[in-house]
Design a binder for this molecule. Structure first.
Ligand SMILES: Nc1nc2c(ncn2[C@@H]2O[C@H](COP(=O)(O)OP(=O)(O)OP(=O)(O)O)[C@@H](O)[C@H]2O)c(=O)[nH]1
Ligand SMILES: [Mg+2]
Length: 255
């Protein structure tokens, strides 16, 4: 059965032929995502990534069961809720333990389009980038259903990121990105720190990779906004969690 698409299917870059799915793990943080996590897992084309790792961050619903049923190769459950950053960290550690060389992170709330994975994976396999950040705001990206508040917040953040880091990113808060896992061996990239457990880890990683002079590219992707239950973010509290890595790293208050 054809899947409803509000955007045309993603064109596949020529260099996608270089992608070796055996060394790619998809890491999916998920907290109370019944009704969505199964779709995410099923949509990942295994010709781009052989291993889907879902980290259930102590959901009260059966997120883990739905992920397993949908065919996730690995499902890990946290015994307590730790936050999206901690869930991503757990998934990345597992990917490395399994000998994967690349990871792509996708949101567990079905906001991303897994058939767009070649856009963020191909530049890694072509040896052109160490990290590829998905951007909803580059030409070719899309934001079906985006509320106006999200539009201006997600456009403001890259300006702040640019001021703090000097790097002209167009979308710093999009949870779809892919990178070489060996960049995590860099002692300047310290994902194990407790203060990164919630929304801090993703901007921290991008900032440190930029600052470490790795090759960072952006690629256009879709971020879909469902009419119900897209976000669990609280504006002030979680907004500050996203912002503080920029402030702390820029001012040298944290490493
Ligand atoms: N909020 C939240 N999400 C978590 C947690 N643990 C794992 N997640 C997952 O992290 C992903 C991102 O969470 P969201 O709150 O939707 O944040 P976002 O997608 O970056 O931002 P929006 O554009 O506002 O939706 C989802 O797949 C969640 O299920 C947690 O403790 N809190
Ligand atoms: Mg979301």
């Amino acid at each position: 059965m054809a899947r409803a698409h509000t955007t045309p299917p993603a064109p596949i870059p020529v260099s996608a032929a270089l992608i070796d799915p055996a060394v790619v793990a998809i890491v999916v943080p998920a907290w109370n995502e019944v009704g969505k996590i199964g779709a995410v897992v099923r949509k990942v084309p295994r010709r781009w990534a052989a291993t889907v790792i879902v980290v259930d961050d102590c959901s009260q619903d059966d997120t883990a069961g739905e992920a397993r049923e949908a065919g996730a190769e690995v499902v890990i459950r946290h015994e307590t809720n730790q936050g999206v950053g901690a869930a991503i960290r757990t998934g990345l550690l597992e990917a490395r333990r399994r000998g994967m060389r690349y990871a792509a992170v996708l949101s567990g709330d079905d906001q991303h389009e897994p058939d767009e994975l070649p856009r963020i994976l191909a530049p890694l396999f072509a040896g052109e980038a160490d990290l590829v950040q998905g951007s909803r705001w580059l030409p070719g990206g899309a934001t079906p259903g985006i509320p106006s508040s999200r539009r201006w917040l997600t456009q403001l953040y890259p300006l702040l990121f640019r001021i703090a880091s000097g790097f002209p990113v167009t979308d710093g808060t999009n949870g779809m990105r892919a990178f070489r896992l060996d960049i995590l061996d860099d002692p300047r990239i310290r994902l194990e720190q407790d203060w990164l457990d919630r929304y801090e880890l993703e901007p921290y990683l991008l900032f440190q990779v930029v600052r470490g002079r790795y090759r960072v590219q952006e690629a256009p992707v879709t971020v879909r906004y469902h009419s119900r239950g897209t976000t669990k973010m609280r504006l002030i509290q979680d907004g500050w969690r996203i912002l503080r890595p920029l402030v702390f790293l820029r001012l040298g208050w944290r490493q």
